[in-house]
Design a protein around this ligand. Structure first.
Ligand SMILES: [Zn+2]
Length: 419
């Protein structure tokens, strides 16, 4: 069969970044990217190519402005789904929120609170009850610029607060200096349409499908090269090389929308039991293309899947960091595993991953060579599994992983839809 071509994968990433650019969840640009991906799926000769549409709660940022008492303006990004300030803004003392204890929370009443951590639903609601004037989310590391982010729509259904992201160093300057800021934001809530793009390479056996997927949307303003035009590019290249293969099992291909709003596309897909009942495995590609990086896999599935990955990586001489931890972030493998489909997230991590969701997230960190290991590994794995007489693992999620997923999604305000 055709071999995974790292240069071809790089070109898919490049075209998504250069021809579409920003692909913010629930926007026309996201839809434009979906149409481009759909056209590629059709061109490769996939069957049953279609869009899977769903609604998302999001917002448009109309105004964002942060200034010091001497009127010096600082870089900022209003947080999606947060509350608008009054037109003249809010002005107040800036304090660090150290924990979610009642004592710590008392200290932010009427103040602008800096959050050292990104809270889940319960703690976010505690923060809202403490009635701060506004919230500041600093960027991940010193010297990294402002991160574009949203709070989950579910967190702010009953109560809300103005919130902005700021660069770590600017927040530090404020805390060491004037300890006061003025914040003006205007955030418009909208219900928008988003979509997954789906296609298939049919196999002989019914009911033992394997899904490869990755999200193609981005947060606001960014080009989303490594997160995740690159993962989408891996999916596209796999679709291209498998499109005309004679397979025992059906290969399903998905480009997920609105991952950045809280895994919305993959949730919508996984909640529909018609999509998951015949699915035996999902490979999710999120964050790739980084030249200075290393391949890692998170396995939410049986030990056999882990062994298979580790064995194949060793066989091919590919270094692979393996774990079954959920980690702090999220990706589209999680909803699939939540609904019982063994799922693997493959990523290429490295220093440049730290600047995801900022203005720096462009092609400068990426190179075609970065696609070679993930391409070789996933092609080898898929070829084995799609052509095997019998699959070497059961469709089940180990108890510990299932529990961790349930806790994570409960913390995020998500409950399993009844089958
Ligand atoms: Zn991503």
């Amino acid at each position: 069969m055709k071999a995974f071509d790292a240069v071809s994968a790089y070109r898919f990433m490049e075209r998504l970044v250069k021809e579409v650019g920003n692909r913010e969840s629930g926007t026309d640009r996201e839809r434009q990217a979906a149409h481009l991906i759909k056209a590629w799926f059709e061109e490769f000769g996939l069957v049953n190519v279609r869009m899977e549409e769903f609604e998302v709660q999001t917002s448009r940022i109309l105004k964002e402005d942060v200034s010091l008492p001497d009127n010096t303006r600082l870089a900022c990004a209003a947080v999606g789904n947060s509350l608008s300030t009054p037109p003249e803004g809010v002005e107040g003392e800036v304090v660090m929120l150290e924990s979610f204890s009642p004592e710590a929370l008392k200290k932010i009443e009427g103040k602008i609170a800096v959050l050292g951590m990104v809270p889940f639903q319960k703690d976010f609601e505690k923060i809202l009850k403490a009635t701060p004037l506004a919230l500041i989310f600093p960027s991940r590391t010193p010297l990294t610029p402002t991160i574009y982010r949203s709070v989950r729509a579910e967190y702010v259904e009953k109560q809300n607060v103005p919130a902005v992201s700021m660069a770590h160093d600017d927040v530090l300057k404020v805390l060491k200096g004037p300890r006061r800021l003025r914040i003006i934001t205007e955030v418009e809530k909208v219900t928008a349409k988003s979509q997954n793009v789906l296609g298939e390479v049919p196999g002989a056996v019914e009911s033992e499908d394997i899904l490869v997927g990755g999200h193609y949307d981005t947060v606001r303003n960014v080009l989303g090269a490594h997160d995740n035009a690159a993962g989408t590019a891996v999916v596209l290249e796999l679709a291209r090389i498998f499109a005309h293969e004679k397979l025992n099992r059906t290969l399903r291909v998905a480009a997920f929308g609105s991952e950045e709003l809280g895994l919305r596309g993959s949730f919508y897909h996984a909640e529909n039991s018609e999509n998951t009942q015949n699915l035996k495995l999902c490979l999710d590609f999120d964050v790739h293309g980084i030249l200075l990086g290393e391949l890692s896999a998170v396995v939410l599935g049986p030990e056999e899947v882990k062994s298979l990955l580790s064995f194949t990586a060793k066989e091919l001489g590919i270094s692979l960091r393996l774990s079954s931890e959920l980690g702090m972030g999220g990706s589209d493998h999680m909803p699939l595993a939540f609904y019982g489909v063994p799922s693997v997230m493959l990523s290429r991590t490295g220093g440049a991953a730290q600047i995801m969701h900022t203005d720096l997230e462009d092609l400068r960190w990426c190179g075609s060579e970065a696609f070679a290991p993930v391409g070789k590994l996933s092609q080898t794995l898929l070829e084995r599994l799609l052509k095997a007489e019998e699959l070497p693992f059961e469709k089940k999620i180990p108890n510990e992983i299932a529990k961790a997923l349930e806790k994570r999604f409960e913390d995020s305000g998500i409950r399993k839809k009844a089958a």
